[in-house]
Design a protein around this ligand. Structure first.
Ligand code: UDX
Length: 433
């Protein structure tokens, strides 16, 4: 099957590469010529484990192509994916400019019946707008399908190649058949292909992300309560997660959710509700808790040290989560800005996000080549991103290098008792052990 993918961002690049891996002939389209040149050499613009190798393998096999020529790629394709960005627009609603522009161009490029698939995260009703934008520009028959993407950064290939489910929103039998054929290698058994109408498919994506964000904020509120009543949230979490109806995923308290999806999608779902006269109060609370949570380590540090000026702090981890260099909405940004604002010095380390961090902090912080170098002379060490490399620190070495041995464990990744035995003052999230 000939497949065209518009947009070589996270979703477009991963989807294109995985479809090529399953044997399809895929052409990825982008407007950024510099990015395209790098991609043709197998150099990818993001950090995602395994992706560069898979891109190279499929380039070499001649199944994956990169081009700036949209009409030439869309014309012969049977399926065209729109996977361009939907940034946060005014009042929290997703900005559909790029999606609708792509749809107009697709319309002009069609040469025969084609299925146009919306992979970008878009508000309810967008499939109709995309349909209208294409219809204005073509006489060919076509169908628009809503097929939201649920992959996680850092595990993108596994999520795409073995998804929990694939959601296909369409009323057209012809489009159903084509989509079923395309996704057949990835689904089956416990991983179903779910067909529904486009509106339900669009809503499913937002509801999934908002539900996960809700679980996280719920646990962060439970953690705050634990600190006040003397319970330990790690025990409570295990007790909750063992209930099969609840399950253990996405129950980890921390310093708030970040990334390019949760904050944006929670806002977008609230905006959608508001447009139809409904206040999604629960999500307002989810957001408020997350805002508080992003500040909680700074609050603990101020309570412990008082004045932070003339203090030095080490930050371990900058990306919004491990296995990515993505710093969008990362809790590290707010923490570091808070520390700098209070006159503290900041020394940070992240296995892959130091370059991304430079765009945020320039030379206002020190970038250390190793985590121990970041801790040199520090009064406190903040664990912000739970990279595996940070999970078992050499506490003796840390104690010898820090000025005052104080740990702020933003991910409950360390053992408080061991830390205290080694002479550290330990602060976690909702921990009283
Ligand atoms: C998310 C969705 O999981 C994915 O399905 C969707 O396609 C895009 O948005 P992603 O943003 O890559 O994926 O990250 P994810 O692994 O879901 O983590 C989101 C945030 O939640 C991170 O900041 C993470 O630290 C936080 N989190 C996650 C917690 O604080 N506790 C948890 O238990 C799990």
């Amino acid at each position: 099957m000939k497949v065209a993918i518009i947009g070589t961002g996270y979703v477009g690049l991963v989807a294109g590469t995985c479809f090529a891996e399953s044997g399809q002939d895929v052409t990825c389209i982008d407007v950024d010529e510099e990015k395209l040149q790098a991609l043709r050499l197998g150099q990818i613009p993001i950090y995602e484990p395994g992706l560069a190798e898979l891109v190279r393998r499929n380039l070499d096999a001649g199944r994956l192509h990169f081009t700036g020529e949209l009409p030439a790629a869309v014309g012969p394709a049977q399926v065209v994916f729109i996977a361009v960005g939907t940034p946060e627009g005014e009042t929290g609603r997703a900005d559909l400019r790029y999606v609708l522009e792509a749809a107009e161009q697709v319309g002009r490029a069609l040469t025969h019946y084609t299925v146009i698939v919306n992979k970008s995260t878009v508000p309810v009703g967008t499939a109709d707008r995309v349909h209208a934008a294409i219809a204005r520009n073509t006489r060919c028959a076509f169908d628009v399908v809503s097929n939201p993407e649920f992959l996680k950064e850092g595990a993108a290939l596994r999520d795409f190649l073995k998804p929990d489910r694939v959601v296909i929103g369409t009323r057209s039998e012809r489009a159903r058949e084509l989509m079923g054929e395309l996704y057949a290698p990835f689904v089956g058994g416990e991983n179903p292909l779910l067909y529904m109408d486009p509106c339900s498919a669009e809503l499913t994506k937002y509801a999934a992300n908002a539900m996960l964000a809700t679980r996280i904020s719920f646990m962060n509120d439970v953690a705050a309560l634990c600190e006040r009543v003397g319970a330990d949230v790690e025990w409570v979490r295990q007790g909750l997660g063992a209930d099969k109806r609840i399950g253990s995923a996405f129950l980890r308290p921390g310093i708030g959710y970040g990334g390019s999806c949760f904050p944006k999608d929670v806002k977008a779902l609230m905006a959608t509700a508001r447009e139809v006269g409904m206040e999604f109060d629960l999500l307002r609370a989810v957001e408020n808790t997350n805002t508080r949570q992003k500040r909680c380590l700074l609050t603990k540090a101020v309570k412990h040290f008082g004045d932070l000026s003339r203090r030095t702090f080490a930050i371990w981890g900058l990306a919004f989560k491990p296995r990515t260099d993505d710093m969008r909405e990362a809790p590290a940004v707010e923490l570091i800005e808070g520390l700098l604002g209070k006159g503290a010095r900041v020394q940070c380390h992240d296995p892959v996000a130091l370059e991304s961090a430079r765009r945020y902090f320039g030379d206002r912080v020190t970038y250390a080549p190793t985590c121990y170098a970041a801790a040199e002379g520090a009064d406190g060490l903040f664990l912000v991103t739970e990279w595996n490399a940070f999970r078992h620190p050499d506490l003796k070495r840390l104690k010898a290098t820090m000025r005052s041995p104080t740990l702020f464990d933003g991910r409950n990744a360390w053992d408080p008792q061991r830390a205290r035995e080694e002479g550290f003052t330990y602060f976690g999230i909702g921990r009283t052990r």
